[in-house]
Structure formats: C-alpha cells, structure tokens
Design a protein around this ligand. Sequence first.
Ligand code: BES
Ligand code: MN
Ligand code: ZN
Length: 498
Amino acid sequence: MLTVNVTAISLAKLKKTVVLFAFSGNKLGPRAAEFDKAHDGLVTKVIKMSRFHGDKGQILNIPSPHLGAIERVVVLGWGGKAKIKEGTVRKAAVTLGKALDQYGVKEVTALMGEVTSVKVDPIMASAELVEGMELGLYRYDVLRKVSESQKPSMSKLTIMVDSKYVKATANIVTLVAAQTAGCNLARDLVNGPANIVNADTLVEEAKKLADLGVKVEILRQKELEKAGLRMLLSVNKGSDVAPALIVMKWQGAGKGKPFKAVVGKGVTFDTGGYCIKPAQGMVGMKADMAGAAAVLGMMKAIAGRKSAVNVIGVCGCVENMINGQATRPSDVITAYNGKTVEINNTDAEGRLVLGDAMAYIIDKEKPAEVIDIATLTGACMVALGAAYAGLFSNSPRMVKGLQEAGESTGEKLWHLPIGPEYTKMLESKVADLSNIGGQYGGACTAAAFLSEFVDKTDWAHLDIAGVGMAEKIPGGMEITGASGFGVRLLTRYLEAGR
Ligand code: BES
Ligand code: MN
Ligand code: ZN
C-alpha cells in the first residue's frame, strides 16, 4: 500500500519524481505552467519533441538529472478538459501507477492544482488519483520468488493541493485507501489457486475482519446440516474440504435500522462435478469464488471506512469436485426453503449455493433487501464480455441504484430480464424445479432459478462471470488478473443508501 501525504502547494518543496497534468492539445494547467516557467520551459520543450498531446492516459516521462532535487518529471494526460468526468482521473491514474512502477520510481509528488478549472474538483481528483494508482500498482506475486529489481518500487505519494483543500483531501484519501485495500484483498483471493484458497482460507480471512469491528459467524459441515442447507451441501459432497457459510455483520448505521444482505458465490474450484468441464473450460475456475471474495473485500472496505450502513455479508464456500459421494445428475435435493430441485447438470452449482444461502439469510435476518454476486454463467460472459456485468432484479429501485453506483465506480451493469418465460424453462419431470433451463438464455434462466429462493424480498443478482478476471477476454480491462469487481460498486451502492 502507498503511504499518502497531502500538503499545500509549494513548488520550492518539489523533489524526486514530480507528476504534472495536461489536457488535450497540450494545455498545461496553471500550476504545471508555473512549474514549466520556473524550469526554463523544460516541459513544453520536451512535449514539442514528442508525440504527447495530453490525451487521456498518455504519459510523458522526462528524466531530469540536471534539476537538482527533482529527478524526473512525468506528465499525465487527462484528455479534453470539457470531457473530464468522474472516473477519468482514476483511469488515467491506473496507467500512471503502472508506468511509475516500470520506471522504478519510489517517491512521487503530484501537483493537483489544475483541476479547479474543470468539473471534477481537486478533492475528487485526488481521491481518484490515489484509487487509480493503488489499483494500477497491484500485483499478485506472493507465490513466486521476485528479484529485488522486480519488486514494486512505489511507496510514497505526496499530493499537493491548494491549502484550502488540504484537510478535505486528506480525509477522502484515507477513505479511498480503505476501499482499495478491500478491492485488492478480493483480488488476492481470486488470484490465489484453489489448493491455497479454499473454504478454510475464506473463513480465516473473514475472522480477520473481527479486528475492524465486524461480527463474524461461521457455519461448517455440522451446522449446515443442522440448519438444512442441503442444496449448498450437495455441491460440496465430492470435496475433502468442509464447506462453510460465512455470515459477517456490520452495524454502522446503529440499532433499529434494517440490514441489507450481500451474498457471494464462493466455489473455490469448479470442475463441473460429474458433468465435468472440458480441460479448456476448467482453466480459470479457481476464480469461481470471485463473488465471495467481493463480499469479503466489501466488508473490509465498509468496516475500514466506518461506513454508516447496516450490512450483512454472506459467503457460500464450497468446492465442486468428484468422488464416490458427489452428487449425480438427476439427484433430487430438498432446498432450505423446502422446494425440491432436480440436479440435471452438476455444473450449474453456483445457483444451488446461492439459493440456499439467500433463503437462509432471509429467513434468519429478514434483511430489507438482498444482493447476490456470482461468477454464475458462461452465457453472461458470452453476452456481455468483460465490459459489463449482468444485472437481474425484482426491484426497479435497486436496478437504478446499482447502475448509478456502477457508473460512478466504473463497474458497469447491464440490466437483463427474468420472468415467467424463463422460470417456465426450469420445469422438472420429477421435482419442483430443475437446476438448468434449455440451451439458450442461460444467464436469464440461472437468475430465474435464484428468484425462486428470495420470495418477496427486494433482490438483485450480479453475474460477474465475464468481469472477474481481466485476462479471460482480451481488451476488457486495463488491469491483469483478478479485477476485484464489485467491491467498490457495492460499497458505493450501500453508502448511497438508495
Ligand atoms: N462457474 C461457472 C460459470 C463460469 C463460466 C464462470 C466461465 C466464469 C467463466 C458455472 O458454475 C457454470 O459452470 N455454469 C454453466 C451452467 C450450465 C451448466 C447451465 C455454464 O455457464 O456453462
Ligand atoms: Mn459450474
Ligand atoms: Zn461455477
């Protein structure tokens, strides 16, 4: 994590690496122009020698051995001044973080004076700078030997803003750091392979949140049997690792206020079970717990920010494996809510875990609303790629609130349908429901299946199969490996209180 300091602007105090900002057409902001003037037009001269235009995310690197305490000047493009909106600086900062890391830079001072002249104020822009850099600098190399020269170098960021903004900027930067810490926790867990990240690991991670004031309750094999989460249990039958239902409570809004519940799919590995996946399709299935990881990350973010919200985070943790106990196609299971389900495809396991986890938490805690987040269907990935996650809901209010939150955080959601047309496709010859629909509309039939387990509770389902891992679909995101999708979105949604 970066150490971030916020101070009042003082050009005389600049040292090490200095980050300036420019808009399209090479328009330097007033502070950058001042800096340029003070250094004999260095920046404008080098710009003329380059292809740098100040376009969004463009970077100009000027090593400056002749400038005394200042070793390097980096100019980051923000694009057209009028087009700057929420997310512009964040996105550019992801690129900046990666570039600074490549240069081996340790200490950076960013001159944030410029933004006073555009829609995004310096406080917001500073928040996005920190957020983007933290996300851009993230790496997963806990499992390999990294030579000194490959280790992350960036450690200290100083943000210089006008003195009137110092306090507010310092405050918001602390909140942002708590959020990116949650996001990067989710990324670590998703990047971790299944022999290292299993239900036990997720339980351990949840227990760590107790230090932040989160109440953590864990149900393992025996408790789950007693409670009757037989659908969830049926998925884990072929695994040697005990399943877990993690229930985490944060009561930041005080007593008496209703809770909202967020439930994550935590399939730590999905082989498909007896309906086994082909080798190619099994690649990446360590990430089938990205929903649960997002819930853990969200709880860490919310507790770290001491958010004034009441939220229950739930993770259904299982492993979809094969042995003599494992569920067979055509087995019929009675769910927590009493519905019988014919398992016609053991690879449609996520909905079994979520259906029981949601029905259970609704029954026990009577939350005002439930959101589930899951790498649920390949069909959703086929439909939307890595640009949008699928959003399904029985509540127009939640659709609006979640889409707005996603636009803000850059985790976009596309509203897809549920309804009787899809529910009808889940008919079974022997049970109340089949766990699969027909050949088509797979994301919608999966969502329709889930809707059978929330009763009348306001509910939204996020299918993150396509957006959880950046490398699965080329060109989707500017980050590699796990994206931490959902952590910032859910935190924003809950804090907005809509
Ligand atoms: N975990 C998968 C969905 C998935 C696929 C996530 C690819 C990320 C990338 C899920 O459990 C699954 O296997 N779904 C099946 C459902 C089918 C059997 C009805 C699918 O999408 O093929
Ligand atoms: Mn599956
Ligand atoms: Zn799965």
